[in-house]
Design a binder for this molecule. Structure first.
Ligand code: GAL
Length: 691
């Protein structure tokens, strides 16, 4: 058990942390429900359009062709700072207003992107202090993008002014429905202002150096700090407690950077338009905490790029589910590839139909918008080779007709999908502190938390069609029959209480390996894994082992990681044991489970093979009384969206062979016509059905 002194110290730390929220601001003003609902009122289809790169005489034809493929939205402006403020303090917004109005003439709604990813050259020249210093101490220069420092107060001021001018220019334009702040937040800065902010943040969070020293166990290697300025600020590998806090600090800097723009825009536009951030193409990226960043937004969005090769259906689908969980609502795919990209080792074209399959997979997982990057290739610049919908001549490329097909599909299915979202009885818990904590101390080079999560996801997705992925620390759990935490390494006392309440309330919690090892400060818990849940489980991890060879478990195999489990309560059952293993594990418990009232808690101590995992998940679903909807052949993905009394089934054939799907009952074929009992899906084929 933890000592009283330890608990008191932890409680004091918790109290001091709670007293200092990471962003000391009032909650962000939100769009009205009506403005937010616009984002979800229909299926949106469109692309990123850069009118600033073309003579105005070309705009109308661009828009006519967009309308011709069924587009109803464009994103404008996100890199156009030098066009909007050609010299310091001289603002030119007329062209933007003209572009917005012309788009309106062709039935296009507009999302305005703020241009803060690409500051103008005059700023770089005159105010080098606005530039980022990277983790190696190098100051960035002009010519690329994202060279700014998120911590520069001067840069934030410039950003605030330009977005205010933009908002003033378009606030009354009826076809502007939303805003995107910046584009794809990525790198933080290590400049002197950032350092000062780091020290201020630490002081606010800890109050005294004694608390900080204790939380990070700085007696280790003479790390004890006697002056705040001694605390390191760089990207070197260091104390894991320090590393976790640096991530939280970076998150708070990003959040404040965006809030600066968000508050300025909101002050001008009122609650008429929604505000989003495009979190970019790496859904699983973890430079900062996406849940925190999303708290201020009305809608979330990301970029769904395949890159090299072809769509990896489970991984891509799970990424959509992750994104849907950021705000626990439907989302926008702000960018996706019209066939191919320019940045992959091999930037191959998707198969005919695959771009459409990709769009429908997005919708099946909760996207209400699909926008292509980009509409038309610029004549020069870093991305001239990227896929687009029309060529540099302004004429449709071969992919245009496939995008046109998507336009026809969306027009047919939009009304049926309105008000629906994937709904699942099962949730997978995700959490950035745990992601970071494990990655900092991998212990086995092949321990991949995303792959581990996908191991659980795959059988659940196959069985259910929809799986939620939600934030461990915040998401309400009561409505789930089964909650799976594949790698919940950091379990705070508060989180432990939530999970305990869930189990005691009748839910089934499954914990994967490495769970409950660390506290909020990335300190080892003095109770063995799963730490604060060990008593509830009636068992614990005696020892963990990084595996250099496959071992046997149940009727299958485990690799990479295995833990030796023990039971301490008489009613804790051993569900699986290791067979011939590494000697230490031979015959020992690998999976244990305990019934708690109507609920249950299960601990899986190893990374097991697909068959063993399927067995575990099927048993768990059976115990939880969750029944399979209907079966589909290999390569066919079943997705479901529900709401407003409607139940929509989306089927996509990700394979290279035609497939037939027998339906459990007659359903309305939304993209075809009438009621059907079975559907035939060509390779990359799609069916949208209403039950
Ligand atoms: C995105 C970015 C776009 C464009 C695109 C190319 O990450 O937001 O501006 O660069 O990649 O695939």
């Amino acid at each position: 058990m933890k000592t009283l002194a330890f608990r008191l110290a932890a409680a004091a730390l918790l109290a001091s942390a709670a007293a200092f929220p990471t962003v000391a601001q009032t909650p962000a003003a939100k769009a009205s429900a009506a403005a937010r609902d616009v984002a979800h009122e229909r299926l949106w289809l469109g692309s990123a359009w850069y009118p600033e790169q073309w003579p105005e005489s070309a705009w109308e034809e661009d828009l006519r062709l967009m309308q011709g493929h069924g587009a109803n939205v464009v994103r404008i402006g996100e890199y156009a700072w030098s066009r909007m403020e050609p010299t310091e303090g001289q603002y030119e917004m007329d062209w933007l207003v003209r572009a917005v109005r012309l788009a309106g003439k062709y039935g296009m709604k507009v999302v305005i992107g703020t241009p803060t990813d690409t500051p103008p050259a005059w700023m770089t020249q005159k105010y080098p202090d606005t530039l980022q210093i990277d983790g190696n101490g190098k100051r960035l220069g002009h010519g690329g993008r994202r060279q700014f420092s998120i911590s520069s107060q001067r840069y934030r001021q410039f950003a605030q002014i330009i977005v205010t001018k933009m908002a003033e220019a378009v606030k009354n334009e009826p076809n502007v429905i939303g805003w995107q702040i910046g584009n794809e937040p990525t790198d933080e800065s290590y400049d002197p202002e950032a350092r000062a902010a780091w020290v201020a943040w630490l002081k606010q969070r800890y109050g005294t150096l004694d608390k900080l020293n204790e939380a990070w166990t700085t007696a280790y290697w003479s790390q004890t700090y006697t002056d705040w300025e001694q605390v390191p600020f760089n990207t070197d590998k260091a104390n894991p407690g320090w590393m976790l806090e640096l991530k939280r600090f970076v998150t708070s800097q990003w959040r404040a950077f965006h809030r600066n723009q968000l508050d300025a825009i909101r002050a001008v536009i009122g609650d008429k338009q929604f505000i989003t951030i495009n979190f970019g193409g790496l859904g699983w990226a973890n430079r900062f905490d996406r849940y925190e960043m999303n708290r201020d937004l009305d809608v979330t969005s990301w970029d769904d790029y395949v890159g090299m090769g072809h769509l990896k259906a489970y991984r891509n689908g799970a990424t959509h589910d992750l994104v849907r969980g950021w705000k626990r609502q439907n989302f926008w795919v702000m960018e996706t590839q019209p066939g191919f990209v320019n940045w992959a080792p091999v930037s191959n074209m998707l198969y005919p139909g695959e771009t459409r399959a990709l769009a429908w997979q997005s919708v099946g997982h909760g996207a209400d918008a699909v926008l292509y990057w980009q509409w038309r290739n610029a004549l020069n610049g870093q991305e001239t080779m990227h896929g687009s919908i029309v060529g540099p001549d302004g004429r449709p490329l071969p992919i245009y007709s496939e995008v046109q097909q998507i336009g026809r599909d969306f027009a047919k299915a939009s009304a049926a999908l309105k008000g629906t979202t994937p709904i699942s009885p099962v949730a997978i818990l995700q959490d950035y502190p745990s992601r970071w904590a494990i990655d900092f101390q991998l212990h086995h080079k092949d321990y991949d938390q995303i792959e581990t999560l996908l191991d659980y996801y795959q059988p659940l997705k196959d069985a259910l069609g929809a799986v939620d992925m939600v934030e461990a620390a915040e998401a309400p759990l009561a409505r789930y029959r089964l909650v799976v935490a594949p790698s919940l390494n950091v379990i705070t006392d508060e989180m432990a209480k939530r999970l305990t309440d869930y189990v005691q309330g009748g839910g089934h919690l499954i914990l994967g390996p490495r769970s409950g090892m660390k506290d909020e400060y990335n300190r080892l818990d003095t109770v063995r894994q799963p730490g604060p849940l060990a008593t509830l489980l009636g068992g614990q991890v005696e020892q963990y082992y990084a595996l250099d060879e496959e071992i046997s478990v149940g009727s299958g195999k485990a690799s990479i990681w295995a833990e030796l489990l023990s039971t301490s309560a008489p009613d804790t059952q051993v569900l699986l044991r290791y067979g011939k293993a590494n000697g230490w594990l031979d015959g020992k418990p690998a999976v244990i489970s305990r019934k708690v009232g109507k609920g249950r808690i299960t601990y899986v101590g190893a990374l097991v093979d697909d068959a063993v995992m399927k067995g575990l998940m099927d048993t768990a679903l059976g115990d939880a009384g969750v029944v399979r909807d209907f079966g589909v052949p290999a390569d066919v993905e079943l997705m479901t969206r529900e709401g407003n009394g409607k139940r929509i089934v989306i089927l996509v054939n990700h394979g290279r062979e035609a497939r037939e799907v027998a339906l459990p009952s007659a359903m309305t074929d939304i993209l075809g016509s009438g009621k059907v009992r079975k559907v035939s899906l060509a390779p990359e084929g799609v069916a949208v059905l209403q039950r």
